[in-house]
Design a protein around this ligand. Structure first.
Ligand code: C5P
Length: 399
């Protein structure tokens, strides 16, 4: 991946947040990978890192102000904004995101973002409440709709003592996101529909039937398809995972809602149905069921529609339909039968007898019309990358 940045010029805007110090490490890694880094430091950014350390690492002059006449003579801000192959904002603070979303031009960083037609990657870092605030959510949606790539922050303990999403992603993840910006986009122009996570089928207003699906595999696939250039609609059951960059996410609870969201997302070129959809729903009570002397209430179950089979047989069937099959024995036989029954092109089959749910690792076999391929034990992320590459191969050369 780092090869992708070799010889590239990256304009790095460092915003004013506690994570700004990590931008120094990013500059070093970009330099090692052969990129030229033109650093821009906001006024607040300069409170966290010094222009001197940034320029020493980048080997370039650090620009801080719109009103630096010497710079305007050498390279005006318009020119500067266009000199780069990519603009990276790291850390992207809530304030910088807000100003960029509003199209303000009240300092050098905001002006550069407004004046440019160069691709922009933002790497947010902020307090969890700021990240989750509806104003930031709005700004994030605006920025993404404007075509700006915005990474999801990491989850975890924050410098301010709180816990949750808002931490700057680790430098290798930022490097990978930067490299992906320069990668080919073999699925550009394709629309991919991905389902992920479990469904919850209500028993009454406070209880439900669910399953242990974490959504990790489906979210990883959505991430990889988006990185390959596809427009991705991710229909997600109830999971606690951040939305992958550049992906349109539709949150649902039940199988019927998931089916409706999938139908509404058509037409699509690719469907990857990863969700662990509940096979049955309950005739739910409208009120909370009470424990009383008449004993436990009977649960009346109704079969849910099979969303994958529905797409496989749909009048607007996506050109490539991929299903998943979690089995506890006779993996290939069951997966092959499912492939035919559900009219899927491929089935990614995995043996869940030894705790795949919730884990970051899995062991899958790809079952196609021509047989089964064992992909061995791998991280779910690697399965996602391999599947996306395989999908890209499938479409290569097709109009
Ligand atoms: O039959 P089984 O549940 O094992 O099939 C798994 C595959 O079918 C997965 O791709 C899953 O997303 C999909 N599926 C579905 N709708 C259902 C049940 C399963 O789309 N109601």
């Amino acid at each position: 991946m780092p090869g992708a940045v070799n010889g590239k010029t990256i304009l790095l805007i460092v915003g004013g947040g506690i994570a700004a110090f990590k931008a120094l490490e990013l500059v070093r890694e970009l330099g090692r990978a052969g990129a030229r880094v033109l650093p821009v430091l906001t006024e607040n950014g300069a409170r966290f890192v010094t222009p001197l350390s940034l320029s020493a690492l980048a080997g370039e002059k650090v620009r801080t102000s719109l009103w630096d006449l010497e710079d305007e003579a050498a390279m005006g801000h318009i020119q500067l904004s266009r000199a780069a192959d990519l603009i990276v904002v790291c850390p992207a603070t809530a304030d910088l995101m807000a100003r960029a979303a509003a199209g303000q031009a009240n300092d050098l960083a905001a002006t550069l973002l407004l004046a440019t037609d160069t691709p922009v990657l933002m790497v947010p870092a902020m307090n969890v409440r700021m990240w989750q605030h509806s104003a930031t959510r709005r700004n994030l949606a605006t920025l993404r709709a404007d075509g700006i790539a915005v990474m999801e922050p990491d989850d975890g303990a924050m410098a301010c003592g709180e816990f949750g999403p808002g931490r700057l992603p680790e430098v290798p993840a930022i490097m990978a996101a930067i490299a992906a910006q320069f990668g080919e986009k073999p699925l550009a122009g394709r629309h991919a529909l991905v389902t992920a996570g479990p469904t919850h089928e209500p028993i009454d207003p406070v209880r439900f039937i669910g399953n242990h699906s974490s959504g990790k595999q489906g979210f990883a696939i959505a991430t990889e398809l988006a990185a390959a250039g596809a427009r991705v609609t991710l229909v997600a059951g109830p999971v606690h995972l951040p939305t992958p960059a550049g992906v349109t996410r539709i949150d649902v609870m039940t199988a019927l809602q998931m089916q409706a969201a999938c139908a509404a997302a058509l037409p699509a070129d690719i469907a990857v149905m990863v969700a662990a959809v509940a096979d049955w729903r309950v005739d739910a009570a409208g009120h909370k069921l009470k424990k009383d002397s008449s004993g436990p209430p009977p649960l009346m179950l109704t079969e849910n529609p099979d969303i994958l089979a529905g797409l496989g047989h749909h009048a607007q069937r996506p050109a490539l339909v991929v299903g998943f099959a979690a089995e506890t024995g006779d993996l290939i036989a069951h997966a092959s039968a499912k492939r035919l029954k559900k009219a899927a092109d491929w089935i990614v089959a995995n043996d869940v007898s030894d705790g795949v749910f919730g884990s970051d690792h899995t062991h899958v076999q790809l079952v196609t019309a021509t047989g089964a391929e064992d992909w061995g034990p791998t991280p779910k992320q690697a399965v996602a990358a391999r599947l996306a590459a395989r999908i890209a191969d499938h479409f290569s050369g097709q109009p």
